[in-house]
Design a protein around this ligand. Structure first.
Ligand SMILES: [Cu+2]
Length: 392
């Protein structure tokens, strides 16, 4: 192995949720918020809110089918070191490991998860981000795709946010498909984000970094070796890397991380693609295509498989999310494979990154190392230095 050989030092970038532990019961804060919500609803609810049934009847704590959480996770919202004047926030399984995107959450259909969010973002910072002085200070957790009740909506409007220094438990239920009712399950690729920072839609929270991915699998789904987030945002940023200064990828020995997409040939690599902000984007990866199914995998006869589009470019709008699974280097070999938005003025402005596919022994292929000038042949032209280290 060469000195630059890349070694597997972990089992992939997607942290497993914390070990199961008893779910916290409702905090005093939450009880107060429930009371406040009931008061407000009773004031505005002349049109038919049944307040007489009490909090449990009015605002169920958990979705139907979730009698109690199967698992619980502690999640921390913290302020990260500023980038100049740029306020940066992140979610983490510990305060020290907070980042953006936040930790990728994984659930299995049928599972009920309790996520306790601890707001450690200073009130002064939230005040700086606030666009309206009457809007409450806090952070929240709003999730896409799975089931939750109003108490876990993560909005100011439903009082389901977390004031500075406080905690709150959100309950997510990965409901299974109901064939009788014809309703879909929740298996798929989703995301979670703040919905409170700055204003009623969490616009400042999202643009400061409070978002992360959620994968809901079915039993028997293929398990990827590595999972990466590809969050397309405004200002041609991927994962909110707004410039070269935010790149933390070591060009000699790149380790998997938000700015460092690395895999060995033959590994199953999963991308969670999310659109944030106000722009449309496309996710395009060189040298690799995938079946446009829920899991990215196609099965069945050729005739059945022909019903499934095979794509290597897919549009993602604001709030959209989807998943992609590919086998790294499948029939094309190791290389520095470009990933980019195919809105040409976006990619020209820097909306691109690289998937480094190493050989089976973990050796970095020749031709550009960590440079972002890889061609579809897998080798960068000699002397090309343009775009080096411009992970966004
Ligand atoms: Cu774009």
């Amino acid at each position: 192995m060469t000195a630059s050989a890349w070694r597997l030092t972990d089992d992939g970038p997607a942290p497993e949720p914390a070990a199961a532990q008893p779910a916290r019961s409702g905090s005093t804060t939450r009880r107060m918020l429930v009371v406040a919500a009931i008061v407000v609803l009773s004031l505005v609810g002349a049109g038919g809110f049944a307040v007489a049934g009490g909090a449990a009847a009015l605002l169920p704590e958990r979705p139907e089918g979730c009698n109690q959480p199967d698992r619980s996770v502690q999640l921390y919202a913290v302020e990260l070191p500023r980038d100049g004047n740029q306020i940066r926030l992140g979610y983490g399984l510990t305060p020290e490991t907070a980042s953006y995107p936040g930790p990728t959450m994984e659930m299995i259909e049928g599972e009920c998860l309790a996520v306790t969010l601890h707001n450690q973002v200073p009130a002064a910072t939230l005040e700086q981000l606030r666009t309206d002085p009457t809007h409450p200070l806090g952070v929240s957790l709003h999730v896409h795709g799975v089931k939750y009740t109003q108490l876990s909506d993560g909005t100011a409007q439903s009082f389901s946010y977390v004031p500075p220094g406080q905690s709150r438990t959100y309950t997510w239920y990965a409901k299974k498909r109901d064939r009788t009712a014809g309703t879909p399950g929740t298996a798929g690729y989703w995301w979670y984000h703040d919905h409170v920072v700055g204003g009623p839609h969490g616009t400042k929270g999202i643009s400061s970094g409070l978002f992360g991915g959620l994968v809901v699998r079915r039993v028997g789904d293929p398990k990827p070796d590595r999972t990466y987030m590809s969050v397309f945002g405004d200002q041609q940023s991927i994962n909110l890397r707004r410039g070269a200064a935010a790149d933390t990828c070591d060009p000699v020995n790149p380790q998997p991380g938000p700015t460092c997409i690395v895999a060995k040939k033959g590994e199953r690599v999963e991308f969670i693609v999310v659109g944030i902000g106000n722009d449309m984007h496309t996710f395009h990866i060189h040298g690799h295509s995938w079946a446009d199914t829920r899991t990215g995998v196609v099965t069945g006869t050729n005739a059945e498989a022909d019903q499934v589009p095979t794509v290597d470019n897919k549009t993602v709008g604001p709030g959209d999310s989807f998943g992609v699974q590919i086998i790294a280097g499948d029939s094309v070999g190791p290389g520095h494979w470009m990933i980019h938005c195919h809105m040409q003025f976006h990619s020209d402005a820097g909306m691109y990154t690289t998937m480094h596919v190493l050989d089976e022994n973990g050796n970095m292929p020749p031709g550009g190392g960590h440079e972002h000038s890889a061609t579809s042949s897998g080798a960068a032209p000699a002397g090309s230095g343009a775009g080096v280290h411009q992970h966004k």
